[in-house]
Ligand binder design. Structure first.
Ligand code: GRF
Length: 232
């Protein structure tokens, strides 16, 4: 059975779209059962509706506490058949910290994407912060989520060179293109049962050490991106 996924979004949902596209292409053995958002106007919800996927808006301000909000999210996720034993929760631009109770409901089964090479530049403006700092290598990280923001075990990272003078938005755009490769790749490994975790080390069984792009989109990804997940 395809791995049941719940995807949490707060914004445009371009990462959600990249995951849906790779599922449609037969590259990820998974099915998105529900998309949730704390922002009723999030375009990510619309992307789900267009595909006939359940789209649930839960405005966080309607709940008396973070715990109550998260408890309702867990209820909705479970109600759509996504459980820790067989499924996973995918944070794709979800701008809320999750409570310990939420994480206990899905141990080692919540993933996040961050637009920086963690542990550098955690927080809400990773790519812009890296550019402002003047790094020469920027990038993105897919990691398991723990109770500390942008902190859990790393599954895959892709590094992109920062070009002198290009500015934060241009760098963020190139990083986003790589996000759309590494997040589906990580989920493909997860759905295929190829990921294992020990001592913060995540192993993707059978994956190459690293792969590189070309002049059009230079990058270094480790573990390496497999066929179908490299930039088009
Ligand atoms: C991405 O840059 C992601 O790394 C960050 O939020 C952004 C979400 O973009 N966590 P989108 O909504 O997937 O287009």
């Amino acid at each position: 059975m395809p791995m049941p996924l719940a995807v949490l979004v707060s914004g445009g949902g371009s990462n959600l779209q990249s995951i849906l596209d790779k599922i449609d292409a037969g590259l990820i053995d998974a099915k998105v059962r529900v998309v949730l958002s704390n922002k009723p106007g999030a375009y990510g919800l619309e992307r789900a509706r267009k595909k006939g996927i359940a789209a649930v808006a839960l405005p966080h301000a309607d709940f008396p506490s973070r715990e109550a909000f998260d408890a309702e999210m867990v209820r909705v996720i479970h109600a759509h058949g996504v459980r820790a034993e067989t499924g996973a929760v995918v944070l794709a631009g979800f701008m809320r910290m999750l409570t310990p109770a939420f994480l206990r409901a899905f141990p080692d089964r919540v993933l996040n994407i961050h637009p920086a090479l963690l542990p550098s530049f955690p927080g809400t403006h990773g790519a812009a912060d890296a550019e402002a700092y003047g790094v020469r290598l920027a990038g993105c990280t897919v990691h398991l989520v723990d109770e500390i923001m942008d902190h859990g075990p790393v599954i895959i990272q892709a590094a992109v060179p920062a070009l002198p003078g290009e500015g934060g938005p241009a760098l963020a755009e190139r990083i986003l293109k790589l996000e759309h490769c590494i997040y589906p790749q990580a989920l493909a490994w997860l759905a295929a049962g190829r990921l294992s975790v020990a001592d913060r080390r995540v192993l993707a069984a059978g994956a190459e050490q690293a792969s590189c792009g070309d002049a059009a989109l230079p990058y270094l990804a480790s573990p390496g991106l497999e066929a179908g997940f490299r930039p088009a």
